[in-house]
Design a protein around this ligand. Structure first.
Ligand code: PEP
Length: 260
């Protein structure tokens, strides 16, 4: 797929799989990906639960990026149950998903925690896939743009507060909450409208050049069946994929579409 920006196909395993499943997944997936024509035209990433990271790193043999699903904004301290960026880096992890709607919904993460986490990531030159997206109620009451703007404002504030701004370390994922794990994907028109808006907010904050470089992923019930329609849109620079990333064949088919 000829695009302005390199497509990123990112799997989010959430709280699924054990080590044996991880081994079996990569035993099937890696040979397929390695044989994929034009595989260098796409980036592939898996956001794994922490106990699976070492197995995923070993079994994926450097063919993909292994990322985490979350991190704390402080480098260390009395935060039982949390993990810091230096700990992840020490483990060979340089990327994380941040602000996923499940973190917002079940663990009270807010735009304020998002700001702190972006600041910490920028200070550490740590890469993030920062998630934004509206609920069904918010969409129905025409609040989509407002909600996305507030979420982006927190992300942008975190970046601007850092003395070592590195925009190349930030990817945005637009994930309408109503489309995550529901089988109900946004239409290409709905996704493109929001993606264009995100790029325009980025242009206002950082200039049109940076906005042209920003990768904006779509997430929400992406499957091999709807991937072509979504990924062929100029403003959609990849996908963040939950359910379909758990099956090597489905996820590979999406990589195949992206690299075609
Ligand atoms: C996700 O986990 O970010 C996601 C988009 O899940 P799903 O693809 O299952 O909707």
């Amino acid at each position: 797929m000829k695009k302005s920006r390199k497509l990123l196909i990112a799997g989010n395993w959430k709280m699924n799989k054990l080590r044996a499943d991880t081994e079996a997944f990569f035993d099937e997936f890696v040979p397929k990906l390695s044989a994929l024509p034009h595989k260098d035209t796409i980036d592939v990433l898996f956001s794994c639960p922490l106990p699976l990271i070492a197995t995923a790193q070993t079994k994926s043999k450097n063919t993909v990026t292994i990322a985490s699903q979350n991190y704390h904004w402080e480098p260390k301290g009395a935060f039982t149950g949390e993990v810091s960026i230096p700990m992840l880096v020490d483990f060979g992890v340089n990327t994380s998903v941040v602000g996923h709607s499940e973190r917002r919904q079940y663990f009270n993460e807010s735009n304020e925690t998002m700001r702190k986490k972006l600041l910490a990531a920028q200070n550490a030159k740590f890469k993030v896939i920062a998630c934004v997206g509206e609920t069904l109620e918010q969409r129905k009451s025409n609040q989509t743009t407002q909600v996305i703007d507030e979420q982006l404002k927190a992300i942008i504030s975190g970046i601007k507060e850092s003395s070592s701004q590195s925009l190349e370390h930030v990817v945005i994922a637009y994930e309408p909450v109503w489309a995550i794990g529901t089988g109900l994907s946004a239409t290409t028109e709905q996704a493109v409208e929001v993606h264009k808006h995100i790029r325009s907010v980025w242009a206002t904050a950082f200039g049109p050049g940076e906005a042209q470089k920003l990768r904006v992923l779509y997430g929400g019930s992406v499957t091999p069946d709807n991937a072509t329609a979504l990924l062929s849109q100029e403003d959609i620079d990849g996908a963040l994929i939950g359910g379909a990333s758990l099956k090597p064949d489905d996820f590979f088919k999406i990589c195949q579409i992206a690299a075609s």
